[in-house]
Design a protein around this ligand. Structure first.
Ligand SMILES: Nc1ncnc2c1ncn2[C@@H]1O[C@H](COP(=O)(O)OP(=O)(O)OP(=O)(O)O)[C@@H](O)[C@H]1O
Length: 273
């Protein structure tokens, strides 16, 4: 555990509520994420998974409850301070600077750790050169870790989707987060890429001592990686516990199969590992 962290979970969501007009996208959701754990969030389409990520990243306002990180409420933290606190994320549809190179995108991820000193250095030539070199060495390290050395100078827009997802992961890691939030990292990947991703997430977590919050529709990925799984449906937490417990929970099966009380719900995911 990090010395500056008070005892307790690294991330705590308590009774989180978010409304969009008449829709309660999150309706009193609560759970803890302990340091070093992988917590999976599952649920049918529209369950509130991405909304939850957007609340933790401070992209969406929260209308009730609290979200705290390392013992401190995030709700008073402006969104531009979230990365500096040690939270990084990837997006369902990949959010990179398409016209920049792979290396430049990853350097941007590392840049936050150079902070204001980096800007100050830019005003002093020798230091600026040194800081630039450090940043570039740092980016190279992450590119090597993700097997991206061969495409470092390629423009992101020229790369296949699976590679862009890896670049986004490298950029998130370059910020040296304590909490890494992965929003459907396996979406759009082929079978071999999904297998490779599962192994990579597990090994990165071990190697870097990461804590991971994972939203994923591929049940094999989420069930094999997660220590704890939280299931949402219509903005509510319907189950939480070990992957096996959640997988066999009648409300989870009902939510995915569209049985009562939510007979209209369908989903692209099946509850099977
Ligand atoms: N910006 C928004 N404006 C209005 N409604 C929204 C917005 N974002 C999400 N919603 C609504 O909130 C609910 C939860 O959506 P959310 O995207 O969080 O679900 P999800 O579980 O991530 O679904 P999926 O698996 O399809 O990505 C849905 O009813 C959705 O239409």
């Amino acid at each position: 555990m990090n010395e500056q962290t008070p005892p307790g979970p690294l991330l705590r969501c308590q009774d989180v509520r978010v409304r969009f007009g008449g829709i309660l996208a999150l309706d009193g959701v609560g759970f803890d994420v302990n340091e070093g754990a992988i917590v999976g969030i599952i649920g049918p389409n529209g369950a509130g998974k991405t909304t939850l990520f957007n609340c933790i990243s401070r992209l969406y306002p929260v209308h009730g409850g609290d979200i705290s990180f390392a013992g401190r409420s995030l709700l008073a933290t402006p969104r531009h301070r979230i990365a500096a606190l040690g939270i990084a994320r990837t997006f369902q549809n990949v959010a990179l600077f398409d016209t920049l190179s792979v290396a430049e995108n990853v350097m941007l991820g590392a840049h936050r750790r150079f902070g204001r000193g980096f800007v100050a250095d830019a005003l002093r030539l020798r230091s600026a050169v040194r800081a630039g070199r450090e940043l570039s060495n740092e980016a190279e390290r992450w590119l090597a870790m993700l097997g991206l050395e061969g495409v470092a100078q390629r423009r992101v827009s020229d790369l296949p989707f699976g590679t862009r997802k890896r670049v986004e992961l490298a950029r998130a890691l370059a910020g040296k987060p304590r909490l890494l939030m992965l929003d459907e990292p396996a979406a759009g990947l082929n079978h071999a890429e999904v297998e490779e991703l599962t192994v990579r997430i597990r090994s990165l977590k071990e190697r870097l001592g990461l804590t991971i919050l994972l939203v994923e529709h591929h049940m094999h990925v989420v069930m094999s990686l997660s220590d704890t799984v939280i299931a949402l449906d219509f903005g509510r937490r319907i189950a939480a516990g070990t992957p096996l417990h959640v997988q066999q929970h009648p409300d989870v099966i009902r939510a995915y199969l569209g049985g009562p009380p939510h007979t209209t719900r369908s989903s692209s995911a099946k509850v099977a590992s």
